[in-house]
Design a protein around this ligand. Sequence first.
Ligand SMILES: [Zn+2]
Length: 247
Amino acid sequence: MCKSDIHTLPTRRRFLQLTGTSAVGIAALSSQLLTTDVFASSKNDKSPPKPQNILTPQEALKHLMAGNARYVKGVARRHDFRHEREALEGGQNPYAALLSCADSRIAPEYAFDSARGDIFAVRIAGNFVTDDGLGSLEYAVAVLNAPLIMVLGHDSCGAIDAAVKAEKDNAKYPGQIQAIADALKPAVQQVLSQSGSLLDNAIRQNVVDNVGKLQSSSKILSDAVSQKKLMIVGGVYKLATGKVEMI
Ligand SMILES: [Zn+2]
């Protein structure tokens, strides 16, 4: 048994428990997982590289928002990149996972004044749940023990705006951009009759919808929520101030 096996076996067991796999199915699934070596880099069971990241979901949210408050005020901490690098060479235990837009103006580590090893970020234009993104977030929770997921939208989102134009003006887009606009249209359609800015309302609705999707479409995530090991929340980043407003 190599060193990494010693560290990863308990994590694999917990993953199988979270997936609700029966004893009969464990051997087959375990073998399948071992062949992919998907957990090879997870060594955080015995000595997590960042003990300060072992938080309850409520503590993690408080920590995240305190980081955003520092960022808003311009009093972000100085990060010691060299020592962080050394600590994280052997594993990771982020205290939060994010599903955020790919927009270059939204930089999750900056926005929450966090360092490497703190935030497990899944990013896609329009911050919506895809199969691959869901798998990544399941990994963050089941294997890395992240206690918090935040779906993070932002104002002036170009992806949501594309969906608004697709809905209102039947706009067409080249390549796979159309697929993103189509995926985001349901959020637009839900708020067509609301007063106020259609774009702002759709941005908010898209966050609400994807928080709901994460809560309902994954047994791994819903089990973690019911066991109070995980909280899934939504927020909108305001470009003008840098403030994340919780939904
Ligand atoms: Zn965006």
